[in-house]
Design a protein around this ligand. Structure first.
Ligand code: C2E
Ligand code: CA
Ligand code: CA
Length: 574
């Protein structure tokens, strides 16, 4: 392996000789002058333990008879403090019995005798270093460390002694599920080893470990470089192949990256890794290859998240969910076009929690499948009591998470819901987001077609915020596009923004779809959207989402006040 200064010095093999006879230590130093290893000497066990506190040592070779402690006692202590070290005794023949006893107790792996033969001592040390390397590396040629070794290096004071400009970075490989299915756990581990940059590609400031079947972790020492954390991390990422070939097939690999800056008092390696991991988890919600730095608040958020997750588990059973309804108004007739059902959670221990906070958690845990089913049932139940036997009246919309659509039982459940409740299927609309098209579009399109065959309507929610491309829009069996409120909100600020909204409406109409504008808050927006030919309006201008009782009582009031006519009445008679 190439010799390098900097952080790499930390994984350079270090051999420590302990002997109370100065002449012996001098002879050893002479013998190892040409050696590729760093040689340290100590004149007794106290001195040796001091060195071990400061420096990660690979091999300890100790005399047996020493004034303060025997070599066997010292090495038993070394085993406790630095379990990765290889421990040997080098002593006179008269100590043989005691040292063999030490070997049997597991404190010592090898017993060498004085006087020694130079060649065989050199060979013995070489072999010991190889044993040490096999203990710390997953792949010796790549210098790819294992988790235990990496954390031990972080725990040792050396990392903090460098003028403390180092970061710990965690790199998670995305979408490994498919590969794991193909290759098995062992195969995946080998694949990741292959994916790791070779030693030549790492620069001197970098040390890399494979934590498990998904995560790499690195230490980057920035003290002697011109790099800041992000550019150094970019350098490391560049060393990873983007399109590795597995079983003759090219794979596109994407990463989530998080890092933490190492402070002068960060003596806990495991904690550093955990915090970098937490930052990485925050990167997951972003585009791939986004790098997120750890922030103390993440630990606080994490505490709240666990609390929310625990609360969500029993929320359905405790009937803590309710639905709010927000009216949608048809612009041409000024009548109630429909409503969107929006979930609310009032947790016993936590209080009211916004769906933007808890829905993502239920998606991750899979709870959304049951919660989503409850929403559909509850909304239909409510709607059919308000508008019984309606054939073409206002429609009720519910939001559907990607996770629900991927559930193999989704269609079956939807179908049985439609059988149980006396609702005209065309009065049910499912709002889906563009993001669900990202993976496996073909399958999703199939599911959507089946939904359509049941007579249920489909609408694209938050249009314009995701991966919208015109080519995919025309492939989707949807009836309605909802222009996201982030377009409506600033649309009067500039002609560009205004033109964008107009173009979205024209585009949707060209594709034969109905257009809904969400987040309409004032009269000006309403008027302009009317001019552009937008079909339906939803937003605070008419009403925020309200509880069921209020919806039926107040929707008509709100609408009359806005001089749009008695929408509820006209809807009821329709
Ligand atoms: P969304 O589907 O885009 O729902 C519209 C959100 O915009 C609602 O927030 C609504 O209160 C808000 N809104 C409506 N009009 C205005 C306005 O004029 N101005 C502004 N600034 N905001 C307006 P809410 O109820 O907090 O819901 C947030 C998100 O949570 C929803 O976004 C939806 O993605 C998700 N969500 C809500 N209920 C469900 C559900 O039952 N299932 C699933 N999967 N997701 C849901
Ligand atoms: Ca929605
Ligand atoms: Ca929306």
């Amino acid at each position: 392996m190439v010799e390098r200064p900097g952080l790499q010095a930390m994984i350079e093999p270090v051999v420590l000789f302990v002997d109370d006879e100065p002449a012996i230590l001098r002879a050893i130093k002479r013998l190892f002058r040409q050696s590729p290893f760093r040689i340290l000497t100590a004149d007794g066990s106290t001195d040796a333990l001091l060195i071990l506190q400061e420096t990660p040592v690979s091999v300890v070779v100790s005399d047996y008879s020493m004034p303060d402690r025997t070599g066997a006692e010292l090495l038993a202590m070394v085993r406790e403090i630095c379990p990765g070290t290889v421990r040997m005794i080098l002593s006179g023949n008269n100590d043989q019995e005691a040292t063999i006893d030490a070997i049997n107790q597991g404190a010592v792996s090898r017993f060498l005798t004085k006087p020694w033969d130079d060649h065989s001592l050199l060979r013995e040390i070489d072999a010991a270093v190889k044993i040490w390397q096999s203990r710390i590396y997953i792949d010796t040629h790549k210098a790819l460390l294992n988790q235990a070794a990496l954390i031990r290096f972080m725990d040792s004071t050396q990392l903090r002694q460098t003028p403390t400009r180092s970061v710990v970075v965690v790199i998670a490989v995305r979408n490994l599920e498919g590969l794991q299915q193909n290759l098995g756990v062992e195969g995946l581990f080998r694949f990741l080893t292959v994916l790791a940059p070779t030693y030549e590609h790492l620069v001197e400031c970098q040390m890399l470990a494979l934590l498990d079947n998904q995560h790499f972790c690195g230490i980057l020492d920035l003290s002697d470089t011109d790099h800041n954390a992000s550019s150094a991390i970019q350098l490391l990422l560049n060393a990873f192949p983007a399109n590795p070939v597995v079983n003759q097939q090219e794979h596109r690999i994407e990463y989530d990256v998080g890092y933490v800056e190492v402070g002068p008092h960060d003596a806990d390696g495991l904690r550093l890794v955990r915090n970098a991991q937490l930052a990485m988890q925050n990167a997951r919600n972003e585009q791939s290859n986004t790098v997120v730095v750890y922030d103390e608040r993440m630990n606080a958020t994490r505490g709240r998240q666990s609390k929310l997750e625990a609360g969500l588990n029993s929320a359905l059973r405790k009937e803590e969910f309710t639905l709010y309804y927000q009216p949608k108004i048809a612009l041409s007739t000024h009548s109630l076009h429909g409503a969107e059902a929006l979930i609310r959670w009032n947790s016993e221990g936590i209080g009211g929690v916004s769906p933007t906070e808890f829905i993502p958690l239920t998606e991750r845990s899979g709870l959304i499948i049951d919660i989503g089913e409850w929403v559909i049932n509850e909304a239909i139940l409510q709607w059919t009591t308000w508008f019984p036997d309606s054939l073409s009246g206002p429609a009720i919309s519910v939001n559907i998470s990607p996770r629900q659509l991927k559930d193999p039982k989704f269609l079956q459940r939807l179908e049985s819901t439609l059988h149980t409740h006396p609702i005209q299927p065309s009065l049910l609309e499912l709002e889906i987001t563009e993001s669900m098209m990202v993976d496996d579009m073909d399958r999703i399109v199939e599911v959507l077609k089946e939904v359509r065959n049941l007579g249920v309507k489909l609408s694209i929610d938050d249009f314009g915020t995701g991966y919208s491309s015109l080519s995919y829009l025309s492939r989707l069996p949807v009836d309605t596009i909802k222009i996201d409120r982030s377009f409506i909100l600033p649309m009067l600020e500039s002609t560009e923004k205004l033109t964008l909204v107009r173009n979205l409406i024209t585009l949707g109409h060209d594709l034969g779809m109905q257009l809904v504008a969400e987040g309409v808050e004032n009269r000006e927006q309403l008027d302009v959207l009317g001019e552009f030919g937008c079909d339906v309006i939803q937003g605070y201008y008419f009403s925020p989402p309200v509880a069921a009782a209020e919806f039926i009582a107040e929707t008509s009031n709100i609408l009359t006040q806005r001089t749009l006519g008695n929408c509820l009445l006209s809807a009821n008679s329709g």
